[in-house]
Design a protein. Structure first.
Length: 454
C-alpha cells in the first residue's frame, strides 16, 4: 500500500466522532469561515479563562467559526475551529466551554505535532509492509508458487492494517487525555463539566438512533458510552459539577443560537429552536433577523427597535438596526446606529468599525466618504484577514481620488481571499503610482514577492 493511499485511508477514518480532526484533514479541504462580531465576542469570552488555565493565553490562539451545520470542532495549528451547527445545537454556554477546554487540551499537550510523527511512522510501517509483501510476491512468482505469492499480498495488507490500527489507537489515547485535561481546566476556572457530558450523551444517542454498531478498533476517538463513563466519574468529583451558567450569559448564548439559526437554517428554524419560549428575547431576536433577511426591512426595523427598548445597552441590536437601515437606504441613520454599537461593544470591535465605515460610504457625501476610508482602514488593521472589508475600503479610496491606495486595498482583498495572482496584479498597479520605499509601496512589494506555501 502506498503512503498516499494509506493517508487517504486514514482520512476516511478521521471524522467518526467529533473533536480534534487532524491537521492533515484541514490541509486538504477549504472551510467556509463565518465572521460575526457578536458571536466572536461571546465565544472569545467563553475561551479566555480556559486558555489562561491551559497556559495558552499569550500563545495567539484564534477561534474560527466554520459555516457547517454538523456538530463538530477541531484544532489546526494554533486555531480552534467550531462549526456553527455546534453553536446552534449546544443549549448552554457550558457545552461550548467544555468543547473549547477539550480542544485547548490538544494544543497544550502538543498532540498535533506528535500526531504528525505518528502518521509518518504509520506510513513508514505501511511502506515497509508493502515492500516485504512485494518481495514475497516476486519470490512466489519466480518459483511459480501461487501460495507464496498470495502470502505476499497478505503480508502487505496485514502490515498496513497493523499500522492503521496503531495510529487509531494512538489517537484514542490522545482524545482520552484531552478529556481529562479539559476537566482540569474547568475545575481551575470554577466551571462544571456537565456540558461535556451532555455533548457526549447527544453523540451516543445519535448513534443509537442510527443503529450504528462500531468496531472500537476502527475509530480514532473513544466510543461515546466509554467516554461518558470515564468522564462522569471524574466530573462528579468536582465541587463545581452542579454550577449553572449565569442567567445573563445564558441569554446571550440563546441570542447567538437564534442568530445562527436565522442566518444558516432559514426563517422556520428559530420558532423550532425556541418553541418552549416563543415570545422570549432570543426568539424575538431571531425573528427580527429573519424578517430582515426575507426582505421586509420596515417590519424588521420595528422589531429591532422594540428589542432595543428592552435591551438599550446591547451593541449587537444596534448593529442589526444599522443593517436594516442600510437596506432602507437610510445610510446616515445606519452610521449612527453603528457608532452606538461601537461605543457599547467591549474592546476594539474591528468588524463593527468596518460596518460603520460601510454605512458612511453608502451616504455618498464626500466628507463622510473620507471618514469612511479612515474607519475602514482602522477596522481592517484590527481585522486584517476580513477580506470583504477591503472591497469597501477600495471604493472609499477610489471615491476620494486616491487610486493607488484603492489598488492596494483591492490587492489586499484578493490576497486575504487566497487569490494570489490577482493580488499581485493589483499590487504592481499600486506600486506604479506610489513612491518607491513608502509604506504602501513596501506592503505592495510584500504581496508581489509572496510565495504560496506548498
Amino acid at each position: 500500500m502506498s503512503s498516499s493511499r494509506f493517508a487517504a485511508l486514514f482520512l476516511a477514518c478521521a471524522h467518526v466522532f467529533v473533536f480534534a480532526a487532524p491537521p492533515v484533514a484541514v490541509a486538504q479541504q477549504r472551510v467556509a469561515i463565518v465572521r460575526d462580531a457578536e458571536i466572536e465576542a461571546l465565544v472569545t469570552e467563553y475561551a479566555r479563562p480556559i486558555l489562561k488555565a491551559a497556559g495558552l493565553s499569550r500563545s495567539g490562539i484564534d477561534i474560527v467559526l466554520v459555516n457547517n451545520r454538523s456538530f463538530n470542532a477541531f484544532v489546526a495549528g494554533r486555531r480552534i475551529f467550531i462549526h456553527t451547527g455546534t453553536l446552534m445545537e449546544a443549549e448552554s454556554p457550558n457545552e461550548i466551554i467544555g468543547i473549547i477546554a477539550h480542544e485547548a487540551g490538544h494544543i497544550a499537550g502538543g498532540h498535533q505535532e506528535r500526531l504528525r510523527q505518528q502518521i509518518a511512522r504509520a506510513q513508514t510501517m505501511a511502506i515497509v509492509a508493502a515492500l516485504v509483501g512485494l518481495g514475497a510476491g516476486v519470490a512466489g512468482a519466480a518459483s511459480k508458487s501461487g501460495d507464496l505469492a498470495q502470502a505476499g499480498v497478505g503480508i502487505a495488507a496485514g502490515g498496513a492494517e497493523i499500522a492503521r490500527r496503531g495510529l487509531l489507537s494512538y489517537q484514542r489515547s490522545e482524545e482520552a487525555t484531552a478529556d481529562r485535561t479539559a476537566i482540569d481546566y474547568l475545575n481551575k476556572t470554577g466551571q462544571s463539566a456537565k456540558g461535556m457530558l451532555t455533548t457526549f450523551q447527544r453523540l451516543a444517542g445519535g448513534m443509537a438512533l442510527a443503529g450504528v454498531n462500531v468496531d472500537p478498533y476502527q475509530v480514532s476517538h473513544p466510543l461515546p458510552r466509554e467516554r461518558i463513563a470515564n468522564l462522569e466519574e471524574q466530573a462528579r468529583k468536582s465541587p463545581y459539577f452542579d454550577r449553572k451558567d449565569p442567567p445573563e450569559l445564558q441569554l446571550r448564548h440563546d441570542m447567538m443560537r437564534a442568530k445562527v439559526a436565522a442566518y444558516t437554517e432559514g426563517a422556520q428554524a428559530v420558532p423550532r429552536l425556541f418553541r418552549k419560549d416563543p415570545n422570549g428575547i432570543p426568539a424575538r431576536y431571531g425573528n427580527a433577523i429573519s424578517t430582515y433577511l426575507t426582505g421586509n426591512p420596515r417590519d424588521a426595523l420595528k422589531k429591532a427597535d422594540a428589542l432595543i427598548s428592552s435591551m438599550p445597552r446591547n451593541p449587537y441590536l444596534q448593529e442589526l438596526r444599522g443593517d436594516v437601515l442600510i437596506k432602507l437606504n437610510r445610510a446616515e441613520e445606519a452610521a449612527n446606529a453603528y457608532a452606538k454599537a461601537i461605543a457599547l461593544a467591549p474592546g476594539t470591535p474591528g468588524l463593527l468599525q468596518v460596518g460603520y465605515g460601510q454605512a458612511l460610504l453608502a451616504t455618498g457625501k464626500p466628507t463622510l466618504v473620507k471618514k469612511a476610508a479612515s474607519e475602514l482602514a482602522t477596522g481592517l488593521s484590527r481585522e486584517p484577514e476580513f477580506a470583504n472589508g477591503y472591497r469597501y475600503l477600495a471604493q472609499a479610496y477610489g471615491q476620494s481620488g486616491d487610486i493607488a491606495a484603492a489598488d492596494l486595498a483591492t490587492a489586499e482583498g484578493h490576497f486575504h481571499s487566497g487569490q494570489y495572482r490577482d493580488a499581485k496584479i493589483f499590487a504592481m498597479r499600486a506600486q506604479q503610482k506610489m513612491k518607491r520605499g513608502s509604506p504602501g509601496w513596501l506592503r505592495a512589494q510584500d504581496i508581489v514577492q509572496y510565495k504560496q506555501p506548498r
